[in-house]
Design a protein around this ligand. Structure first.
Ligand code: ZN
Length: 116
């Protein structure tokens, strides 16, 4: 997606080359800026049209590509669902273990537990 100078072509040029550009098409629209989700809206603006192209949809982020190239798995958590984050399970298990220690060993560990 770069021109002969090695610079990015831009949305308009890519859409022209694919035969998807039409006169009067805006770069983006207010619905897309506001992230209004509507699967029936497929050609409201250039940004929406190009974002629905299969090769653009399959493109991974630079971060994800770097992680995969290093031989690791890349798993993104759903946004705004901290309960699904693995670290929450880890901390929950640690708290549970401390409570069990207090129950088994009694009051002396309870003081230690309250300091944590
Ligand atoms: Zn739009």
């Amino acid at each position: 997606m770069v021109n002969e100078n090695g610079k990015p072509k831009g949305m308009k040029q890519v859409l022209i080359e694919r035969g998807l550009w039409r006169n009067g098409l805006n770069a983006d629209c207010q619905l897309c800026k506001d992230k209004v989700d509507d699967v029936t809206r497929i050609d409201c603006c250039a940004r929406r049209i190009i974002s629905l192209q299969p090769d653009f949809m399959e493109q991974k982020s630079a971060l994800e590509e770097a992680i995969l190239e290093a031989g690791h798995k890349c798993i993104f958590y759903p946004k705004f669902h901290c309960e699904l984050n693995f670290i929450e399970r880890y901390w929950g298990q640690q708290k549970d273990m401390l409570v069990r220690i207090v129950i088994i060993h009694g009051q002396a560990c309870n003081v230690l537990f309250l300091q944590l």
